[in-house]
Design a protein around this ligand. Sequence first.
Ligand code: 16G
Ligand code: MG
Length: 545
Amino acid sequence: MAEFQEVSKQSGVHPKPAGLVLQYGTAGFRTNAEQLGHIMFRMGLLATLRSKTTKATIGVMVTASHNPEEDNGVKLVDPMGEMVTPTWEVYATQLANAEQEDLLAALKDIIEKESINMSQEANVFVGKDTRSSSARLSQAVLDGVSALGGQSKDYGLVTTPQLHYMVCCQNTQGKYGEATAEGYYKKLCQAFIQLSKNASNCTDDQKHLSVDGANGIGALKVREMESHLKKELHITLFNDGSEGKLNHQCGADFVKVQQKPPAGMKINPGERCCSYDGDADRIVYYYSDSEGIFHLLDGDKVATLISTFLKELLTQAGLDLKIAVVQTAYANGSSTNYLENTMKVIVRCTKTGVKHLHHAAQEFDIGVYFEANGHGTVLFSKAAEEKVQQLAENSSLIDEKKRAALLLQNTINVINQTVGDAISDMLLIEAILAIKGMTIQQWDAIYTDLPNRQLKVKVSDRRVIDTTDAERRAVSPAGLQEAIDSLVKKYRQARSFVRPSGTEDVVRVYAEAETQDSADDLAHEVSLAVYHLAGGVGSEPKPLH
Ligand code: 16G
Ligand code: MG
């Protein structure tokens, strides 16, 4: 067929190394950048098909998030700015792994299965992070789109959530916002400034925030946004990419995993600091106290702050909307306990990975979802947005109700509802702290995290571990869950679970308990159980102490 001639020709420019097999993981393909040329070209093809079948614009983001600079990756964005639907993740893997001579057959197979009308027009938005390989790889995506006759728009350097935002704006005909960087900054910053007007007596000190940009795209974009903030927030930017290496000893992942401040950042005691990850879809906060002790406020603390704020506003506005917090098994037990028993909000637990949390959050009027690692946002249902809007426009309201309705309206506008967004989350958090007149120490004191430990165990095939109950219980291999249960019983306030990683060839072990020593011991003992019952390779896991 003539329409595939260009595909054949161009695919020769981006050949697949024979035998190479890659999976569309939890959040797309991710590996060393040298291996990704063919993947990018093929994801350009796939996005074009997805666009034809949805009759909407599709996004393709070239990034490997918090991974090292040498890696790269790609994720597909569906019409409303959400992650691509699971059936198409399967197509992505099939297309990516078809040997060079089988590519057209694999492509035609998808066209047939989805009954795609090839004369339908296609539009694809492409974005990339700051990695040195990203320019070449995003060009390969663009080649894929044009090989199938699709139209593309290259947004160049953008954060992952910015690309999600653009896709949603485009497919809602501008109802969600204007599909430009300028439109994004204007919408978020205007809402932030409106929110900030409700902060009384905010001093310059309280308006100050230190940001670790992970030497990545988030740093560039926060700088671009600064003029829109009209001095309502004073940002000191560290790790802005001018010297350091992307994600190297900095960024949200480093800070969360190492539980220490990033390199390259000057921290004064008590000062509010935050870190983005390499594509700015995750954020964590932290501070150092007067004794120099480091305190991390992770995604669970963020979810608690935001949901407390929203719940108070709903009460003040007299709105009866169902609010829930969605977490994963990694959420600290103290956060779940506080949310359920003190705040009395509905809490849901899903499997790891943003798509699962996002999906669960959609079931409520207001769904606040955060992974402990800092990835999350707030979703408002159409009905909830309308109710808030009506209330905000109601001129006969008494002051307190009106104020609450307007705060809710601006919260809806400041938060990027398409996906977790470090910049947007930061603006909402900063506004809430200012409005509540709360210091980071007071925020941290809402509840105290249970000490916890995460470990990795190498096994010969991590697929032998199968889990249920949102990854909180192992159903295979036989005996593993029983072993974990009896180990957990030895410690107070203890909990532990294991799951195969979706991004690395390891089994992850999580344990929490009343003291750090107990959490460490439990994590080690559970690692040993995994090693012995699930085919551990290499030497036996060593105790931490
Ligand atoms: C991906 C996910 C993240 C999840 C992590 C788990 C997205 C955008 N990212 O980075 O949400 O926490 O994988 O990794 O969904 P793991 O399976 O290796 O533990
Ligand atoms: Mg990321």
